[in-house]
Design a protein. Structure first.
Length: 339
């Protein structure tokens, strides 16, 4: 009974905090960013991005995870400056997209299509970094069932695009799927994100697929001695994951992050993690910390709407990391090239 009351108290406190934060971000300025930044300069900006995402989503619902991942991988390296979109040049050397953790990134074509439409409507006005943030929001909203309805959160805009993209910086800054909680907390903390943000943003793994190579070590050789990751449920590993990724798996073989739910954005991810069935070691690492574990268990029992609200709050916080202003950035005409 005491445990049940404690859980109810945690849930009540979290929901109240979420509602307060959501209300605060609805129309607020986010440091240098503002909701409705393009209201005067390019009134149709957000509509154009949403229509572009909708076009591709209607053809292939698996586009959501790549678009969300692009925004994450952009913000964790040099901040949310669109640097993940830049191509390598002879002068710059390998770019972020060339780094090993980014070689499986996808969805660039959606961003390029949105940029082309925006350049036709409002030349030189909307940044590639803002397109990434808007496209991620729109794709997630559609995966949550809001194809023609309201967005799950408002995106403050006004980011500028960066001029530098480094593969080495991507390797150094992007969280690993094999990371333990201490490392994850350090990496998120370096971006100004707290434990709550870490646990909630990990909910992005509710959608998408993963190549076997990204987690096979957990199944067959976790410590280099032919053993399995002890944080992973043994029965689940044998019946589901090893069946999908046998010892000599094809490098192209993928597994759904949440079995049977790879294109639906919901709270099933948290139920998997709470039962020690998260796909990545970094997912299960959330249970190593009291605060993160409490958030996992609360979200596993929460409504989709409560999760959506909290996810939106943390996405806005992440989207404000390392934002460029003034002469520090530019508005690229082509997202893959500096002006």
């Amino acid at each position: 009974m005491q445990q049940l009351l404690a859980m109810k108290l945690i849930l009540t406190t979290l929901v109240v905090a979420v509602l307060a934060l959501s209300a605060g971000t609805a129309t607020a300025t986010c440091d240098t960013l503002t909701v409705g930044h393009y209201r005067q300069s390019c009134r149709a900006a957000e509509t154009i991005v949403r229509d572009t995402v909708k076009l591709y989503f209607s053809k292939d619902q698996t586009v959501t995870a790549p678009l969300l991942r692009l925004h994450f991988h952009d913000c964790f390296v040099r901040g949310c400056d669109g640097s993940v979109l830049l191509n390598a040049t002879a002068a710059s050397g390998p770019a972020e997209k060339d780094a090993m953790p980014n070689q499986s990134l996808d969805g660039f074509y959606v961003i390029d299509a949105a940029k082309a439409a925006l350049e036709k409507e409002c030349p030189g006005v909307v940044s590639c970094a803002d397109i990434l943030a808007l496209a991620a929001r729109d794709a997630v909203s559609m995966a949550a069932g809001n194809i023609n309805g309201a967005s799950l959160w408002q995106v403050p805009t006004g980011r500028l695009d960066g001029r530098v993209s480094s593969a080495a910086e991507a390797v150094a800054n992007l969280p690993s799927s094999f990371a333990d909680f201490a490392k994850l907390k350090e990496q998120f903390g370096s971006k100004g994100l707290n434990v709550q943000d870490l646990a909630i943003l990990s909910g992005a793994h509710a959608i998408g697929n993963s190549h076997c190579v990204s987690f096979a070590k957990r199944l067959y050789n976790f410590t280099g001695k032919g053993d399995a990751d002890p944080t992973l449920d043994r029965a689940y590993a044998a019946a589901v994951l090893r069946a999908a990724c046998p010892p000599r798996f094809d490098n192209a073989t993928t597994v759904e992050m949440v079995p049977g739910s790879s294109t639906t954005f919901d709270t099933d991810y948290y139920r998997l993690v709470a039962s020690r069935r998260g796909l990545f070691h970094s997912d299960q690492a959330l249970l190593q910390d009291r605060e993160a574990a409490a958030t996992v268990r609360v979200m596993a029992r929460s409504s989709r709407q409560a999760f959506f609200r909290r996810f939106g709050v943390s996405m806005v916080r992440m989207g404000n990391v390392g934002v460029l202003t003034g002469a520090a950035g530019e508005i690229r005409k082509n997202c893959a090239l500096i002006n």
